[in-house]
Unconditional design. Sequence first.
Length: 249
Amino acid sequence: MEHKIIHWFAFGAILLLLLGIFYSMGAKDITVTTNVVNKISVSGDAETEVMPDEVVIRLSVVTEGKEAESVQNENANKMNAVMEALKKVGIKEDEIETTGYNLYPWKEYDYNLRKQIDKGYRLSQTITLTTSDVDKTGEYLSVAVKNGINQVDNVNFQLSDELENQVKDALVAEATTNAKEKAKTLAENLEIKVGKAISVSETNYNVPRYYAGGFDETAEMAVMSDSVSKLNAENVEVTLRINVDFAIV
């Protein structure tokens, strides 16, 4: 009798163990996920030519002398004369910014003595003009040079922030329309239907700047020639591309 009770007890224990295993297996969920998205990818391009409405002019007064203090004083007098003359022909106070001031020992190589000779000091002071009076660029350069500027670093015609924003908005609209038309044409040829845009990115946005100089010749020689007095801006080409993913429905 005792042996039968033991056997039944062992059998019950095994049965409960098996039922627990099957229950735990049945309680588990099997989940299948996928990141595959049916889409069609296209790009849209737009471009336009724009006349720059702003000019940035970098001008310097370079002064040399034996004593640092006298060099500084002479340079300051020249630069003050330049800025006063520019204001008289229309440059505003907030359109002039001092962007460089460099005083350093001035040395030159003496080929006879075969060594560097101390010559004193050299001071280079740079101002930057930023103005919307693009048509007066040549006049501003001439006035600056006649009143003390002896180095013209560069003249840069560019788009103002306001104009650039306007141009970019128009290009985005055109490029978006172009992308939609491409997607529509592809869908018709592939006999599919496209839905809403699911991803948009902007690439290849380019606003070139038109540089009229660096001038290799001295500023005085440049003003005497027609190259500066008749300096004008030229159109620049602005381009933009957008990439769009449309859902396939």
